[in-house]
Design a protein around this ligand. Sequence first.
Ligand code: ZN
Length: 286
Amino acid sequence: MRLWSVPAALLLLVAGGCASPVALTGSVVEPMAAPSPAPPAVPPPATPSPFDPEELASKLTGIQPQWPKNSFPAAPAVRKLDCRRIRCVALTFDDGPGPHTARLLDILARHQARATFFVIGQMVAEDRGENLRRMVSEGHELGNHSWDHPPLTQLSEARLKYQLRSTQKIVKRLSGVRMTLMRPPYGSTDGRVAAETRREGLAQILWNVDTLDWRDRESSIVTQRATQAGPGSIVLMHDIHGTTVDAVPAILDQFARRGYAFVTLSELYGRARLTPGRRYTSYADR
Ligand code: ZN
């Protein structure tokens, strides 16, 4: 199966979730005090994509932004917030951009909320950068979620590098952004992944609140799980699911009533700064 011939619908199935076995046994919200990296979930059923850097290079060259060269959107400044003193929550959305992403961006804009999007390179290629440009200009942060969502711990070093680099490359090409964050698909990481992400200048961002929104496609459940987050939490959601996007207005309302600021990952850590290769699951890991 050639990398670029995977239909979007199949990709959505493959990219279905960042589940962790811990969460599946019922421990939905992990306390901030004990951030434990999510162990790998069951690998996807897909055949691994053939590793062909030359083919990828030619495909990437073929994808051109539909706007003049170097006319990338200007990002608003990263806000100086002290998350030691105020309540911050980092909402994160994985596996897109997809058909529901524009609607999610509208909702976030209405609430003046910022979030972080861990994007899949192949989804970015299909999107042609439209949602990416909005994310950047509306103050959201972008993170690398691999090219096509394999469990990174099972890849050779060459394939691992390819998964990260190709996604860096297409996001840079279509938005002008050099990402400094990544999230391993399924939370599957180890020493090799850490070393490679360090070389690529990417901090590894896990989570401490899992909404399991890929499994339970019911907005009220997603809202209930997300809003269990405490100050400094990183909440895992997926913008490829309509039910998740439907849940976001209530999530934002409930957090806002409790006085929370909706921050990107870089805003959450602020001056503590994120170190490439290191793993983070909440603000406690600084
Ligand atoms: Zn994912």
